[in-house]
Unconditional design. Structure first.
Ligand code: ADP
Length: 214
């Protein structure tokens, strides 16, 4: 469970990116976070994996106050949360396989374990046929799937995606949300920030709406 208690974020004095947010997301939920550009969606997500720190308030993940986690133990929090970034952050000169393997290589997993997990994860995101392709040689929609595969390969409890369909057409966007539904069906909490009202209408989920940080 993720809980925000009286969370505010100011990047600048007198300017609230988020103001007094109180929010609870249960384990296994699928949530759309919506609101206009600048409403605070990215900030709200970044606070959950401590990419940003709140100016006020507390964030608890499974009852642990993440503000109290020391820097050297932060990797444990980050392992619990798979993040799909808006700009993918992929290594374009490496293969699909290499990109997806990264979180497991960092952990020192055995090659046999990595092989097995990559096979099942690429199958889940529908990319088995692109395994050996250089990432620069696949489409934008496929690159998005690589980013999703990399986010889930380490078996996180939570997957966070910031505008994962931002640059995709409607048909591809629907496919991407369906992948997140499959991930969610495995018990993983999914939080997707999107300003795409069309997509929200197509998938009736819990909706958290931010309006100028509120
Ligand atoms: P959204 O994701 O809904 O577009 P953001 O969380 O990115 O909203 O931004 C919320 C507000 O915080 C905006 O006014 C934005 O300009 C500001 N902001 C976001 N990130 C930073 C930053 N790193 N430094 C200063 N201001 C920021």
């Amino acid at each position: 469970m993720i809980q925000y208690f009286h969370v505010s974020k100011q990047y600048y004095k007198d300017q609230f990116a988020l103001s007094d947010i109180n929010l609870s997301i249960e384990k296994g939920e699928f949530v759309f976070l919506t609101g206009a550009s600048g409403a605070g969606k990215s900030t709200l997500l970044k606070l959950a994996f401590k990419e940003e720190l709140p100016s006020k308030g507390q964030i608890l993940i499974d009852s642990v106050n993440i503000g109290l986690i020391p820097e050297r133990k932060l990797y444990r929090l980050r392992r619990q949360i798979g993040v799909v970034f808006q700009d993918f952050k992929l290594l374009m000169d490496r293969t699909v396989y290499d990109n997806v393997a990264i979180p497991l290589l960092v952990r020192g997993e055995k090659k046999s374990v990595i092989e097995k997990k990559i096979t099942s994860t690429l199958s889940l995101v529908g990319l088995s046929h692109r395994r050996k392709y250089p990432t620069s040689h696949i489409s934008g929609g496929e690159q998005q799937r690589v980013a999703i595969a990399r986010a889930i390969i380490g078996s996180p409890k939570i997957v966070i995606a910031d505008e994962p369909t931002g640059n995709l057409d409607t048909e591809l966007s629907i496919e991407i949300v369906k992948i997140f539904e499959r991930i969610n069906a495995n018990g993983i909490t999914v939080i997707i920030a999107t300003h795409d009202q069309n997509l929200i209408n197509l998938f009736p989920k819990r909706l958290i709406k931010l309006d100028r940080g509120q």
